[in-house]
Each structure stands twice: as structure tokens, then as C-alpha cells.
Design a protein around this ligand. Structure first.
Ligand code: GDP
Length: 698
């Protein structure tokens, strides 16, 4: 009963997923032979299909780890390249092409690569075997081949023909065995011929007595013996099989049978020689099974040792804490949703109002600056006309059309700013920024994939809500574009608020002057240059050109700073003027409704009242259209994108993005697989002991 090899091959497949360490390698049959010795033909005869790269110039450049899996209950024959994920390939010429491509992909400079190609062939007609095909030894390096090729191939083969592997040494009958490179190589590592099977191919090319004498070779006796084969597909059936993709094994064995039975003297039962591919297959199965049995103990020990290491690592590094990719994701997602919930509780109407009002305060300041406070200091020549004197403002009477128009235009500019868009953008940006902050403080911070998914979830909802929200808001503030009534309370609050805004602006101006002072190297120096610029603007000093290359002994850069400082000084002065105006009549009226001119005299207050009204209305709709919707949809969207919407592989990939989590998961997986393998191994050992016991009894 040949179950051991099959089970061991299964175990090896598991071990490979653990990241096989050398100690865990199970024995294989390693196939070596010179080029053209018939090595490929032997392997193909065993498999029953032509699948190896051919062609005069085709040198196998990578080892092929060939696993044959006997599938007694299945009809289909197919190959799989586990590392390539091409699925089951039933067309063997496709396998051949793939192998050719893989070989050709090794750059010429490397000659050969020791990175093996893994290929599994499953079929009801193959035995359970693990074979490694190596590049054929070459005698003479071709003119188009690198000089070191010969040595590299030989080194590669040496790596593989070490114990516990079984060596399948292929030699052709028409070449003197003493010259067989394969046998010479095997003798070096297996001098007593204990783990080498000699295969003599092309038995049909020598006469029968000579063939028989080769198989009887006594110069290099092998415990596992020699087998003579004729593994070439008989010429008459070869094209037929190629076309039909059919199994070549029986054609070969029929052909062999015909030949060997026609020489009963040399190859009959009496002669006691091993001939034929069928015999070879049986021998391989038997030898591998025995080798596997012999390695049970050592492999078991190696696995136990690995398991101990994994267990130790799990305890010391991860405190024996269980973890799975799914549980890690679920915990991370829960924590994130929790922090989002906290955010929603602290980000409501008051916060949105403040955010928006601040934005509109800035817009009001911009309007005031451009329409009321515009005193640009852009050149050094005297201004063409005096700027409007804000000092007149408090006395702007009903007849002062100039100030009326200014306020109307400013108000209109404010209400027609595109409040809908602006407000929605401000709030959407704030939400997105908060989400980004939540991500940065969550476990997702170290997961690019999840980070992206969350950001996309947020921006997806925000984008989807954007236009309807912005339209709604714009619609609702529409009445303010036509008429604005100011109530007494609103006026008082507006006056207080805008005074605060102006004070802050004043402070910013003063700080900016100080910064310029430091920048130019002191108060005194700045004063000098400001004095010069002032004089130039009043026409008291002559400046040639625009001062671009300096003037009055000051560099152009310095002059620029001077202009800046003067601008800031004037702005500060103006702000002080307006701040005191806000405290005086008519701004400090408690009944603006009975003083229709108050708003023209105090545009700051009026514009602030307008911006407050705009803000309140916008907030109302932003809250319903954007905030509530977002707070409702976002966690659900997260569930889709990071929860049930993910496949098992994606969850796994996600968890592995974090190196520590990856390490943790890997050690757990390793431990589990090794435990599984060890369990299987122990079962096998019992089976093996039982088997041996039974054989003894028999
Ligand atoms: P490799 O280079 O060692 O893989 O050798 P191949 O299997 O490609 O065989 C080399 C050549 O020998 C091919 O033309 C085969 O058809 C031929 N060949 C292989 N085995 C036999 C055999 O048993 N008898 C005969 N007559 N030719 C064979």
C-alpha cells in the first residue's frame, strides 16, 4: 500500500505554504543526465504526456519541481503551476509553452537559475511521485552559450543530489557508461550507490547482448539497480499523440514490450534484469515510499522543532493573544465607528455655525477692505486723488448717495457670493478633515488600503450630497438678496461681534508691523525707510523711476518693506478710527430701525448682521441636507467598504498591511499548520509501524 508518498506530498504542500525551511524538505527523486541522454523522454514516459520544453537550443534553465498526484477517481489529467495561479491546464502543449517561457525568462547573464518552477500534474494514470528535473549536463559549451554554463549546471545539480534525495541517473545505452556524466556525479555524492537508480535509455540503439551487459554493470553497482528503457514515443504514433493530446504511456510500454520480449535470452525473466518504463515507475514509487518512511522520524523532529519555535515566538512576542484577519478588521472598524460617533456628537449646528460665520467674517473683512478701506500703497509717486475719507462716514446723511450705493453694492456682493457653494464647501471640507484626523488616530493609519477606502467613503457621500445641499442653501438665502430688515437686538449683537473681529484684525496688523520691523533689522531702520516712502508719496522727495533699483539710499527690497509697513500702519489707523466710530452715534444706537441712516454710516455692523442671517439660514439646511445625511450614511458605507463588501483575500491583505499584525497572523498560521502537519505525521508513523509489523507477520 503506497499511501505514505501521497500523504507526504500533501504534507509537503502544506509545508510549502508555511514558508518551507530547508529542514522541512521532504525527499524527492532528482533526475540528472547529460543533454540528449533521453532525460525528458523518460520523464514524459512516466507522466504519459509530452510537456517538457524541446528544441535544439533549449537548455532547461531552472529546476522543475514536478509533483505527480494520482487521482484514481477522476478522469481529467491536468497540470497546475501553483505560483502562477493559471488554474488547471488540461492542454499539455500549453504546459510545455509555459515551461518554455519560464525558462527563457532567465536572463542569459544568469545562465541558469536555482529558483525552482513548481508544477503539479494530477491524473488517474500517474503514480504519486515527487520528481525534480534539472538542466541536462553539457559536454561542450556551444558558441552562443556563456562559458560558465557548464559549471553552473553542474553546481546546480550538486545542490539537489544531496541526501535524502534519491538520484535518478540517466545514461544512454549508445554511450559508454564509464563516460556517463550522471553516474559520475552521483558517484561523488553516493559512492556506495545506495540512493541512486541507474536508468539506461535508448536500449533499442544497441544490440541486445550489449544492452544486457550494460544493465549488468559491475563497475558502479547500485543497490537500487539499473533499469533499461526505450522511452521515446514510437515514431509511427508520435504525431498522432501530439495532435490528440492523448496519453503516450501505453504506446511506449507496448513498444518496449515488443522489443524486450523479442530478446528473451537477454531480457526474459530468467535473465533477472529490470527493463521497461512500467518497471521503472514501480521502482520509483517503491523507492520513494521507502525513502519517505525512512525520513519520517527526522522530518517529524524538524517539524516539532519548528513548531516549538513558533509557539515560543507566539508567546513571547504576542502574549499568546489570538488574532485573525477578520477579528482584527472588525475590531478596528468598531473602534473607528465609535470615534466617529463621538465626533458626530461634538460637531453639530453650533460648530457648523461658528465655522461658517468665521468664513463669512473673512468675506466681510475682504469686502470692507476692498470697498471702504482701499488705500493702496503701490508706488512712490503721490496718489492721483485722495482716498475716500472714512472720517466722513459717521455723518453720511440721507442725501449721501455715494455711501448708500457703496453699502448696497457691498451687501449685494455678500449675498450673491455663492453662499450655497461656499457654505457647503466649508462644511464638507471640515467633515473630510475631521475624518482624516480620525483615520490618523485609528489603527487604520498604517493601512493604506483602508485609509483610502474610508476617505473615498466620506468623499463619495459628500460629493453626492454637494449639489443638492448647495442648491437648497442658495435657494433659502434668496430673500436676503432683495431685502434685509435689521432688528434692534441683531444690531446690538452685530456691533459687538464685528468690533471683536476688527480688534483682532488690528492686532494682526500690529503684529505684522512688528514682523516687518524684525525683518528689516529694527524699529529705527523701518522708521527711516517709512519716512522716506511717506515723503516720496507726498512728492517731497524726487524718486527717479519706480524705485525698482532702490532710492534714497534704500535698497528696492527695503523700500518694498517700507511700503508694506506703511500700508499696515494706515490700515491700523483706519481700524482704530472705525473701532471708535462703532462706539459713537449713530453706530451705538439701540434702535437702528428708527435711524435708517445708521446702516450706511456703520457698514461693518450692517454687513455683519447680514452675514449672521446668511449663516443661520445656511446652517439650518446644511444640518438637514449634509450633516444628518452624512452621519447616517457614513457608518453604513464603512460597513460596505470595509465589512461585508470585502472578500476573504481582501481582509487578509488588509490585515497584512500592518507589519506587526502580519507577523502576528503569520506566527499563528504557522503554528496551526505545523500542528496540523505534525498530527498527520504522527498518524503516518503509526501507520508505518503497523505496516511493518504486518509485513513481519506475513
Ligand atoms: P534530453 O536532452 O536528455 O532530455 O533528451 P531527449 O529526451 O530530448 O532525447 C534526445 C533524443 O533522443 C530525442 O531525439 C529522442 O527522441 C531520442 N530518444 C530518447 N529516448 C530514446 C530511446 O529510448 N530510443 C531512441 N531510439 N531514441 C530516444
Amino acid at each position: 500500500m503506497m499511501v505514505l508518498t501521497k500523504k507526504m506530498i500533501e504534507i509537503r504542500t502544506i509545508l510549502q505554504t508555511v514558508g518551507q525551511s530547508n529542514a522541512l524538505t521532504l525527499p524527492s527523486i532528482v533526475v540528472i543526465g547529460s543533454q540528449s541522454s533521453g532525460k525528458s523522454s523518460v520523464l514524459e514516459a512516466i507522466v504519459g504526456h509530452e510537456f517538457l520544453p524541446k528544441g535544439s537550443n533549449m537548455v532547461t534553465r531552472r529546476p522543475i519541481e514536478l509533483t505527480l498526484v494520482n487521482t484514481p477517481d477522476a478522469q481529467a489529467e491536468y497540470g497546475e503551476f501553483p505560483a502562477l495561479g493559471l488554474g488547471k491546464i488540461t492542454d499539455f502543449s500549453h504546459i510545455q509553452r509555459t515551461l518554455t517561457e519560464l525558462n527563457l525568462a532567465v536572463p542569459d547573464s544568469e545562465c541558469v537559475s536555482d529558483d525552482p518552477i513548481q508544477l503539479t500534474i494530477s491524473s488517474p494514470h500517474v503514480p504519486d511521485l515527487s520528481l525534480i528535473d534539472l538542466p541536462g549536463y553539457i559536454q561542450v559549451v556551444g558558441h552562443d552559450q556563456p562559458a560558465e554554463l557548464k559549471q553552473k549546471i553542474s553546481d546546480l545539480c550538486d545542490k539537489y543530489i544531496q541526501p535524502p534525495n534519491v538520484i535518478l541517473a540517466i545514461s544512454a545505452a549508445d554511450v559508454d557508461l564509464a563516460n556517463s556524466t550522471a553516474l559520475r556525479a552521483s558517484r561523488r555524492v553516493d559512492p556506495r550507490g545506495e540512493r541512486t537508480i541507474g536508468v539506461v535509455t535508448k536500449m533499442d540503439l544497441v544490440d541486445a547482448p550489449r544492452g544486457a551487459s550494460i544493465l549488468n554493470d559491475r563497475k558502479y553497482p547500485l543497490r537500487l539497480g539499473y533499469v533499461g528503457v526505450i522511452s521515446r514515443v514510437p515514431p509511427q504514433s508520435s504525431s498522432l499523440f501530439k495532435r490528440g493530446n492523448g496519453n503516450i504511456a501505453s504506446a511506449i510500454s507496448k513498444n518496449e514490450h515488443a522489443y524486450f520480449s523479442s530478446h528473451p535470452l537477454e531480457f526474459g525473466t530468467e535473465a533477472g534484469l529490470n527493463v521497461g518504463t512500467t518497471t521503472l515507475r514501480k521502482k520509483l514509487m517503491h523507492v520513494l515510499e521507502q525513502t519517505m518512511a525512512a525520513s519520517l522520524q527526522s522530518t517529524g523532529d524538524a517539524i516539532r522543532q519548528e513548531l516549538e519555535e513558533a509557539t515560543y515566538e507566539f508567546k513571547v512576542q504576542y502574549n499568546d493573544r489570538p488574532l485573525s484577519a477578520e477579528s482584527y478588521l472588525a475590531e478596528s472598524l468598531d473602534a473607528f465607528k465609535h470615534s466617529f460617533k463621538e465626533f458626530t456628537e461634538n460637531f453639530g449646528r453650533p460648530q457648523v455655525r461658528e465655522l461658517l460665520k468665521e468664513e463669512l467674517d473673512q468675506k466681510v473683512l475682504d469686502l470692507l477692505a476692498s470697498r471702504y478701506w482701499n488705500k493702496p500703497v503701490t508706488n512712490l509717486s503721490p496718489p492721483i486723488s485722495e482716498p475716500d475719507s472714512l472720517a466722513d462716514l459717521p455723518t453720511a446723511g440721507p442725501e449721501s448717495l455715494y455711501w448708500h450705493r457703496k453699502l448696497d453694492a457691498s451687501t449685494s456682493a455678500l449675498t450673491k457670493l455663492g453662499i450655497g457653494r461656499l457654505a457647503t464647501t466649508v462644511v464638507a471640507n471640515a467633515i473630510q478633515a475631521h475624518v482624516d484626523r480620525l483615520i490618523a488616530h485609528s489603527t487604520f493609519a498604517s493601512h493604506p488600503f483602508a485609509r483610502q477606502a474610508i476617505t473615498d467613503a466620506a468623499s463619495g457621500i459628500l460629493n453626492e450630497r454637494f449639489y443638492s445641499t448647495s442648491d437648497q442653501v442658495e435657494n433659502c438665502i434668496k430673500p436676503y438678496k432683495f431685502e434685509i430688515d435689521v432688528e434692534d437686538g441683531e444690531w446690538a449683537r452685530g456691533r459687538e461681534h464685528i468690533a471683536g473681529v476688527l480688534k483682532k484684525e488690528l492686532k494682526d496688523c500690529e503684529d505684522a508691523v512688528k514682523a516687518v520691523e524684525q525683518n528689516v533689522g529694527g524699529k529705527r531702520k523701518l522708521k527711516d525707510v517709512m519716512g522716506f516712502v511717506d515723503k516720496a508719496r507726498k512728492g517731497e522727495v524726487e524718486v527717479v523711476g519706480d524705485g525698482a533699483s532702490g532710492a534714497g539710499g534704500f535698497s528696492s527690497d527695503l523700500l518694498q518693506r517700507g511700503k508694506e509697513a506703511i500700508f499696515l500702519r494706515d490700515r491700523a489707523q483706519l481700524l482704530r478710527l472705525r473701532l471708535s466710530a462703532l462706539k459713537a452715534p449713530p453706530c451705538n444706537t439701540s434702535h437702528p430701525s428708527s435711524n435708517p441712516n445708521a446702516k450706511y454710516a456703520c457698514p461693518e455692523i450692517f454687513l455683519d448682521v447680514v452675514s449672521t442671517k446668511l449663516t443661520s439660514t445656511a446652517v439650518l439646511f446644511l444640518n438637514v441636507e449634509l450633516l444628518s445625511e452624512f452621519f447616517y450614511q457614513f457608518p453604513r458605507e464603512l460597513d460596505v467598504r470595509l465589512g461585508r463588501g470585502l472578500s476573504k483575500e481582501e481582509v487578509e491583505r488588509f490585515a497584512r498591511e500592518d507589519p506587526r499584525v502580519r507577523g502576528h497572523l503569520e506566527v499563528i498560521r504557522r503554528k496551526e499548520l505545523l500542528e496540523l502537519v505534525l498530527g498527520k505525521m504522527e498518524g503516518l508513523r503509526d501507520l508505518n509501524v503497523e505496516e511493518r509489523g504486518r509485513r513481519k507477520l506475513d
